[in-house]
Design a protein around this ligand. Structure first.
Ligand code: DX5
Ligand code: ZN
Length: 217
């Protein structure tokens, strides 16, 4: 279970995205938060900016879609060049069909759960996925406090992954920082999204290295 650190550009300067991507050299993926002002009460960016970012950086893009009607839009992010596309199960009418379509188009398929969405109803879907994202804040904004009430869900999900002998990665997103990453790793997460903890630091690349060292402990 290799640790991966994915800085979230939600906390970066949107007018300097190419430079902000360069500032986190050594990161495994660049986490791109797509928000539509409907699924969450915030609006960020869409397909054209993802296409530009793909050209601007060698770091693969981990697109987290916080948008309604994921069935319709997620495939466009694969076509835009994202290496991994995460849709919210709460926003997908046909998550199995969508995960298969994302994989068929050549990206890693990932599904996200909001804090109030349990993992248990989706146990049988896990083999269809390359990654599962457990939100550790209510999606919509960076810089929120980590919800430690999500730790049991992370633990139960790791157990389900092991029980089925699956390879899928377990990502956590929201409030991940030097003070919370060790609890997440201990509970079984292996992919860590960090926005404010990376871009709010004086040296973002050093923050990535420090978070990685902590998660590997
Ligand atoms: C929140 C986004 C996160 C956000 C995390 O809805 O999905 O990716 O950027 O920001 P921090 O790490 O500051 O909580
Ligand atoms: Zn995110």
């Amino acid at each position: 279970m290799a640790v991966q650190i994915n800085p979230s550009i939600l906390s970066a300067d949107f007018a300097r995205l190419a430079d902000e991507a360069k500032a986190v050299e050594g990161a495994d993926w660049l986490h791109v938060d797509v928000m539509d002002n409907h699924f969450v009460p915030n609006l960020t960016l869409g397909v054209p900016i993802v296409e530009s970012l793909v050209r601007a950086t060698d770091i693969p893009l981990d697109c987290h879609l916080m948008i309604e009607d994921a069935d319709r839009w997620a495939p466009q992010y694969v076509e835009a060049g994202a290496g991994s596309v995460t849709f919210h199960v709460e926003a997908a009418a046909a998550p199995v069909r969508l995960a298969r379509e994302i994989r068929a188009k050549g990206a890693r398929a990932s599904m996200a759960l909001k804090p109030a969405t349990p993992i248990e109803p989706y146990e049988d879907l896990l083999p269809e996925l390359d990654m599962l994202l457990i939100m550790t804040v209510e999606p919509g904004f960076g810089g929120q406090a980590f919800l430690d009430i999500m730790l049991p869900k992370i633990r139960r999900t790791r157990e389900l992954i092991s029980k089925h002998g699956l390879e899928l990665w377990l990502q956590v997103d929201g409030g991940v920082s030097a003070s919370t990453i060790e609890q997440c790793a201990e509970a079984g997460a292996d992919v860590f999204v960090a926005g404010s903890a990376v871009y709010g630091a004086g040296d973002p690349a050093e923050a990535v290295r420090a978070l990685r060292a902590q998660a590997e402990r």
